[in-house]
Design a protein around this ligand. Structure first.
Ligand code: FES
Ligand SMILES: [Fe+2]
Length: 427
């Protein structure tokens, strides 16, 4: 280990990620999960400077459709302009004296009237009405008082992102290798996907980065989700082949694990859980994919699973269903999580039903996985408060070409995290 830079990474006074490939050592200091100073720095250095997922275009399919969102804890709303047809993301604050302008979670409206003094804005953000207009004289500048858009907004294949950083790189460049994986999902769904109405929202008493790790962590699957695997075996699924796969660093902190897994996939891989009656239909779906994309790409779509982390806080998991999940820290030891399910647009009702069952069985808030994962994350957070141990070990797979159940994908995240948070002190 060579000390190349002893600038304190943060106000904690020492480097927080110890990345030493020559010794196959990768450690993360636990203060990254517990310190309020770290969270404060993350808000400035990470959440204010990345592209963040806002929502999906299908959620605002029609002119005037809107959804209210917290974006890294800051209230914003996404609306499709009635005149322009464009998707806007506005800071959700009245230009008069601050009140939140869009107060409903979602809906359709041509106008947004602030409830405090009743200023009215249209779906393009323009200020349209001010009660007692005369009181302001002739010079009231309506243009300057329009709703303020978030600095940058862009979408990729229906996924809408925004950034508070005017100077951030283009979204496509930022997404880097993650684009190929979003393409794979959207192409396998016939080119257009939609968010299924209904959102899972929950809090976890754990640091937000624990969920980044967990969402792409193959190592935990068998021990943590033992009940689910036993359930599959009881239904007749063969688990003996285990999980085979690869890990990819997609650039800019994004990472994916891509693996074959024994469970079924509504896209086109049958399993006993889906019932004998659906076997033929799923076989046909698969044949369609092969005809369209060739055996190799169709095989990836139908048979392999993907857990992808798009840095910093978007997870798109294409496993027994496609789930989109984003999360925001509210304290060092607490986060708000929002999860949606995605499906091919205009899917046949029977397929949609199977997909919903599949989603809820494993990924839903009362499914086999999510409560187990939340329990594991909260348990880590409790463990941190015990003290005595300073570092987490994230070195699995450093001594070999990493497997899907190694920890290379987490190192990808943490290296990017370190580079945004402060200079790396080791090499
Ligand atoms: S704060 Fe919105 S109208 Fe006054
Ligand atoms: Fe899990």
């Amino acid at each position: 280990m060579t000390l190349i830079d002893n600038t304190p990474a943060l106000s904690t006074g020492f480097p927080l990620v110890d990345d030493d490939p020559s010794r196959h050592r990768f450690r993360v200091h636990r203060s990254t999960m517990t310190s309020p100073e770290v969270l404060r720095e993350e808000r400035e250095r990470i959440f204010a400077r990345c592209w963040l997922y806002v929502g999906h275009e299908s959620e605002v399919a029609n002119p005037g459709d809107y959804v209210r969102r917290p974006l890294a804890g800051r209230p914003v709303f996404m609306v499709r302009g009635v005149k322009s047809g464009r998707v806007h993301v506005f800071h959700n604050t009245c230009t008069h004296r601050g009140a939140v302008v869009c107060r409903h979670k979602s809906g359709n409206s041509k106008v947004f009237q602030c409830f405090y003094h009743a200023w009215t804005f249209d779906s393009e953000g323009e200020l349209k009405g001010v009660p007692d207009r005369e009181a302001y004289g002739e010079r009231l500048d309506f243009d300057a008082l329009a709703l303020r858009p978030v600095a940058r907004v862009a979408s990729y294949r229906g996924f809408v992102f925004a950034s508070f950083d005017e100077d951030i790189v283009e979204l496509e460049e930022y997404l880097a290798g993650a684009r190929e994986y979003l393409d794979l999902i959207v192409d396998s769904a016939g080119g257009e996907m939609e968010i299924i109405r209904g959102t899972n929202e929950y809090c976890v008493d754990a640091n937000w980065k624990l969920l980044c790790e967990n969402s792409v962590d193959g190592y935990h699957a068998l021990p943590t989700h033992d009940t689910y695997f036993k359930y599959l075996v009881a239904l007749g699924t063969d688990l003996k082949q285990g999980v085979q796969g690869v890990v990819r660093d997609l650039g800019n902190g994004h990472a994916v694990v891509e693996y074959s897994a024994p469970w079924g996939r509504p896209i086109a891989k049958w399993e006993p859980l889906f019932g004998e009656h659906s076997r033929e239909e799923i076989t046909n779906l698969r044949a369609d994919l092969v005809a369209k994309f060739g055996e190799q790409r169709a095989g990836r779509m139908a048979d392999t699973n993907r857990n992808m982390l798009i840095y910093p806080n978007l997870v798109v998991n294409d496993i027994m269903a496609v789930t989109v999940r984003t999360f925001t820290p509210t304290a060092p030891d607490r986060m708000d999580v929002t999860a949606w399910e995605m499906a091919p647009r205009d899917e046949l009702p029977a397929l949609r039903q199977r997909r919903l069952d599949s989603f809820l069985t494993f990924l839903g808030p009362a499914g086999f996985a999510t409560p187990d994962d939340a329990e594991a994350l909260e348990s880590c957070q409790q463990g941190f408060s015990s003290g005595g141990v300073e570092w987490n070990d994230i070195s699995r797979g450093m001594a070999r070409e990493p497997h899907a159940d190694d920890e290379a994908q987490m190192r990808t995240f943490w290296r990017r995290w370190q580079s945004q948070m402060g200079p790396s002190a080791y090499r």
